[in-house]
Design a binder for this molecule. Structure first.
Ligand SMILES: NC(=O)C1=CN([C@@H]2O[C@H](COP(=O)(O)OP(=O)(O)OC[C@H]3O[C@@H](n4cnc5c(N)ncnc54)[C@H](O)[C@@H]3O)[C@@H](O)[C@H]2O)[C@@H](O)CC1
Ligand SMILES: Nc1ncnc2c1ncn2[C@@H]1O[C@H](COP(=O)(O)OP(=O)(O)O)[C@@H](O)[C@H]1O
Ligand SMILES: [K+]
Length: 637
């Protein structure tokens, strides 16, 4: 899934209209329809799936919200988690609101082991069976009767008729009469999207009122066309400031005030409408982005809409992934509006959301972690790790163990000789090498020994728990210039880099991966941590390109940027991973993957993805993310 800036979006929009000849209003129509469909889905969820025209597909979306590893509102393809409330479960455990027959039409409601109605459920052959089938006819899970036992259905012989007629289920809502949505309309194209959505909602039987932020006459182009169509349909409309707007009487609000064309703090009526919507207590669905979120950086102007759902149009906007904006967006749904992804690829390829598919296709990495039947420890690479000191030996141990768990064949951990007796046996799988002072600290003179140890090793990782020491910049320079293999640089080794003019060092033949957290990134870039967080994707891209490194900017939604100007944003993981040593584990994972032959971008991206996934799994095992410690992540790899 591509991630774009507002400027990218304008260019893609232009190309679709000019090169493909698709009229702008067609894109707006598609946008309006997609937004209306998502509002209808939201209404169904509010009914608890009891809407009779529900048209949900089993197991198509995942909301990570159970097992402690809570990620507010994140959904993605692929069913993994079991929903905590009753209902019909797919094999992956997500809950569907309905049951589908083999031809894809909705058949009935199914309830979980907590009792209640277990519905009519048909097998692919049309007989009433004991399972639940998805629209593609594949079995999707077992069905339980009111007593909690597995149902066997009505047995064979009850055939459903072979002839069915179905309608536009995605734009139908059985209990539409209970809904009244206010559509807040700005005067740009975002407002036009909102009006188009309002027409579809009205068609679904949902009452809508358009609330114009500016005089309707000020709308232009496609938005004006939408205004006229809505008026011709007799959609009720009020103008904010002139007419009364009753937020208390509505059941939901569509925010179509400001999109990617807006700038600065919301002005006048816009600010008042945003504040009123936020204060209404009603669910807000945002068209494209929450109004006055910066689409590129994720910065929020005051006030900024707090959405329950954001229906992002065409491609994911950068700002929806970066905090604080990501916290305003609620559940983000990206809907296609007819702009071909090929156009985005042509433009050099913007950033991507890090998914298994992107890892496989865009990064062309083997994410199977498969072992060759004839493989041996030599097949999977050897990591040299220079890490740990008297007060931070654990950092080295965590990184070393994580590299092994990531699947590399061998790990040699170089550390100050004084510590050797204490770490012997801590992880019997490791090889240990003395490369430091008797007092448990590193010294400039150890560079020669690390260089010697690196010979024949597939990757060298430096930094976790290293500490600072006199001459450390020259120490790192010697490794940078002398190690003939990829390097991962983390923690204090990043601070050494930050204090050096490393662009003047001899350039390396092999790649370097830097893994800073925002504080370390601030030192590297010579700016404040707040500035780093202001536009993480933009900064990571610029830094990686300028310095010719692969950069892993850690923190919520870690960004991986390559020297070639690609960026990947990860959404696995959770705030429970903000715990000492979690970053050391990541360094070990990335080094372990590099050793197995992944290139720098693949190892960094797959490492970050796996690290987050393991963090989620570990939190589930602990039943509480806040109880997570770094070692748990290693065990969950
Ligand atoms: N491919 C695309 O780019 C498509 C974009 N569409 C929609 O169009 C939106 C972008 O439309 P526009 O470029 O017209 O821009 P917007 O609709 O985001 O806003 C521009 C309007 O808001 C006003 N404005 C800007 N900043 C303001 C502020 N701080 N306070 C108050 N008013 C402000 C401007 O004067 C202008 O009239 C997207 O977010 C999306 O919703 C869709 O129509 C479909 C196609
Ligand atoms: N809110 C969060 N969501 C997802 N991942 C997080 C979050 N907070 C921290 N992490 C991850 O945990 C790790 C912490 O690394 P770091 O700050 O270097 O810790 P340490 O130096 O103690 O090892 C990083 O990989 C980071 O991305
Ligand atoms: K909006």
């Amino acid at each position: 899934m591509y991630i774009v800036t507002a400027q990218d979006m304008r260019e893609l929009d232009r190309q679709t209209i000019e090169r493909l000849g698709i009229p702008a209003v067609a894109l707006m129509e598609n946008a309006g329809r997609a937004i209306a469909e998502e509002i209808i889905k939201l209404c169904r969820r509010r009914f608890g799936g009891a809407d009779t025209s529900a048209a949900w597909t089993l197991g198509t979306s995942r909301t990570v919200q159970d097992g402690g590893a809570r990620q507010p509102g994140r959904t993605e393809a692929g069913a993994l988690d079991r929903s905590p409330d009753g209902g019909a479960y797919s094999p992956g455990g997500t809950r569907g609101d309905g049951v589908y027959g083999p031809d894809g039409t909705w058949v009935g409601r199914v309830y979980g082991p907590d009792g209640a109605w277990a519905g009519r459920v048909y097998g692919p052959d049309g007989t009433w069976g004991d399972g639940v089938y998805g629209p593609d006819g594949a079995w999707a899970g077992r069905v339980y009767g009111p007593d909690g036992t597995q149902g066997t259905g009505g047995g064979p012989g009850i055939k459903r008729p072979g002839f069915t007629v179905s309608g536009d289920a995605a734009l139908t809502l059985g209990r539409a009469g209970a809904e009244h949505w206010l559509v807040l309309v700005g005067k740009g194209n975002n407002g036009g999207d909102g009006i188009a959505a309002a027409r579809h909602l009205r068609e679904a039987g949902i009452a809508v009122t358009l609330v114009y932020a500016a005089a309707p006459e000020s709308l232009a182009g496609e938005a004006a066309l939408q205004r006229d169509a809505a008026a011709a349909m007799g959609l009720p409309a009020v103008v904010y400031g002139r007419d009364r707007v009753d937020f208390a009487a509505c059941s939901g609000i569509l925010d179509a005030l400001l999109g990617t064309g807006s700038a600065g703090a919301p002005r006048g009526a816009y600010a008042e409408l945003i504040a009123a919507a936020n204060g209404s207590g009603k669910p807000v669905v945002s068209a494209d982005i929450p109004s006055r979120l910066d689409a590129d950086t994720g910065q929020t102007h005051k006030p900024c809409i707090h959405a329950a759902v954001t229906v992002c149009l065409a491609f994911l906007k950068r700002g929806l992934l970066q905090y604080p904006g990501a916290g305003n967006a609620g559940q983000v749904v990206v809907r296609s509006i007819g702009i071909p992804a090929a156009l985005a690829r042509e433009g050099g390829g913007p950033a991507s959301l890090l998914t298994p598919e992107v890892l496989r296709t865009r990064l062309q990495g083997d994410v199977s972690r498969r072992r060759s039947p004839e493989g041996h420890k030599g097949t999977y690479g050897h990591v040299l790790l220079a890490a740990g000191s008297l007060s931070m030996s654990g950092a080295g141990l965590l990184a070393a163990r994580a590299a092994l768990r990531a699947g590399c064949g061998l790990v040699t951990w170089a550390l100050p000789s004084m510590l050797l007796p204490y770490v012997i046996g801590a992880a019997p799988e490791l090889m240990l090498a003395a490369a430091g002072g008797e007092n448990g600290t590193w010294s400039a003179g150890t560079a020669a020994e690390v260089l010697r140890l690196s010979t024949g090793r597939d990757v060298t990782a430096v930094g976790p728990g290293l500490g600072r020491f006199p001459g450390d910049q020259e120490w790192l320079r010697a490794l940078w210039e002398g190690i003939d293999a990829p390097m991962v640089i983390d923690a204090d080794a990043l601070n050494m880099l930050a204090d050096s003019d490393y662009s003047s060092w001899t350039s390396r033949r092999h790649p370097v991966i830097l893994t800073p957290h925002p504080g370390e990134m601030a030192r590297l870039a010579g700016i404040s941590t707040a500035e780093v967080q202001r536009d993480r994707i933009g900064l990571a891209l610029a830094y990686a390109r300028e310095h010719g490194v692969t950069l892993v900017l850690k923190g919520a939604h870690t960004v991986v940027a390559t020297p070639e100007g690609e960026a990947y944003v990860n959404i696995t993981g959770h705030p429970g991973m903000g715990t000492g040593g979690a970053g050391d584990v990541l360094t070990g994972i990335i080094a372990g993957l590099l050793a197995q032959g992944l290139n720098a971008a693949q190892a960094a991206a797959f490492g970050v993805y796996l690290h987050g996934l393991a963090g989620e799994r570990a939190a589930r095992q602990r039943h509480d993310p806040s109880a997570l410690i770094a070692g748990d992540i290693i065990e969950a790899l």
